[in-house]
Design a protein around this ligand. Structure first.
Ligand code: CAA
Length: 285
């Protein structure tokens, strides 16, 4: 399998991560199809790609011809079967629910070609459990991307219990092709990145609860004192408070007390203060 060229990439899910993955894959010269469950979601995904390409155009990182080529390389569909039937790589970026992931990988086992690399962009769920549903766990790998996908250099490759060496090699080759630097980690709750990233966000929220400092000062402290590009609360707003709460709940169940979600986070999610996408989180946009 490792010798197979990657021509076509199918991305499942047109959300923030899915459309970013589609964009970087198309930019690398792959033919891409994005699948989502309805046309409105696909349109939002294409609009997100358009915005990102406009930024790259404005910075003269790409020219108009290249932007058009990237747009032209991305097709959309609502049919999972059509999306994956001739794919060399499938990247799943659907919501972080194990029941949905299991259903999707069961379908991939049935409809994706036997040579296809089957990847999940989960940020913390068990790759091993997702892989088991496909009936071909040797071909399944975690490919964890970071937001914003066109900007962040890292690709965290997660080796499930049954992931073969050939699959890891192929995942690395895909990562190289799309210009990412990869690290390979063992499948363990939160992997390397979410486990550390979430604990920082979790503590920052506890500090707001305890009145240690304002969100702006906590963020300023980490940016100027630790050279983080963004403070932990700004980052929580970027990723989405609901998304972070969901990951925390999972890591709390799997790894214990240090990940117990702060009450303030629960309250803010209940109030609809989900971060940038809602116009308000720890900051007002
Ligand atoms: N597409 C293309 N380019 C983009 C972009 C996008 N979506 N978003 C930003 N950029 C570009 C900008 O045009 C800009 O380009 P130049 O360097 O040429 O000026 C550059 O990226 C930086 O952007 P800005 O100037 O707008 O703002 P910034 O300097 O504050 O950077 C940031 C923004 C890249 C988001 C930076 O703040 C950052 O790196 N933040 C941390 C992000 C992070 O930690 N992400 C991981 C989240 S966790 C995750 O994703 C995993 C999970 O499982 C939930």
């Amino acid at each position: 399998m490792s010798e197979e060229a990657i021509r076509k990439v199918a991305v499942l899910g047109a959300g923030t991560m899915g459309h970013g993955i589609a964009q970087v894959s198309a930019a690398a010269g792959h033919q891409v199809v994005i699948r989502d469950i309805d046309e409105a979601a696909l349109e939002r995904g294409l609009a997100g790609i358009g915005k990102s390409l406009d930024k790259l155009l404005a910075k003269e990182r790409i020219d108009a011809t290249e932007a058009e080529r990237i747009r032209g390389a991305i097709a959309t569909t609502t049919s999972l079967e059509d999306a994956v039937k001739d794919a060399d790589v499938v990247v799943e970026a659907i919501p972080e629910r194990m029941d949905l992931k299991v259903e999707t990988f069961r379908a991939l086992g049935e409809h994706a070609p036997a040579h296809a690399l089957l990847a999940t962009n989960t940020s913390s769920l068990s790759v091993t459990e997702i892989a088991a549903a496909s009936g071909a766990p040797d071909r399944v790998v975690g490919l964890h991307f970071f937001n914003p996908v066109p900007v962040m250099k890292l690709l965290e490759i997660v080796r499930g219990l049954g992931t073969s060496d050939a699959t890891i090699a192929r995942a690395r080759a895909y990562g190289d092709a799309i210009g990412k630097e990869s690290v390979v980690v063992r499948d363990w709750p939160g992997f390397a990145t979410s486990r550390l990233g979430i604990i920082l966000g979790c503590e920052a929220i506890r500090m707001v609860e305890q009145g240690v400092a304002s969100p702006a000062d906590i963020d300023k402290a980490m940016k100027l004192g630790y050279r983080h590009p963004m403070g932990p609360l700004e980052l929580t707003d970027l990723v989405g408070l609901d998304v972070r709460l969901h990951i925390m709940e999972h890591l709390f169940r799997e790894l214990g007390e240090q990940f117990r979600p702060p009450a303030l986070l629960r309250q803010m999610v209940r109030a609809g203060k989900l971060g940038r996408k809602a116009g308000e989180g720890f900051y007002v946009y």
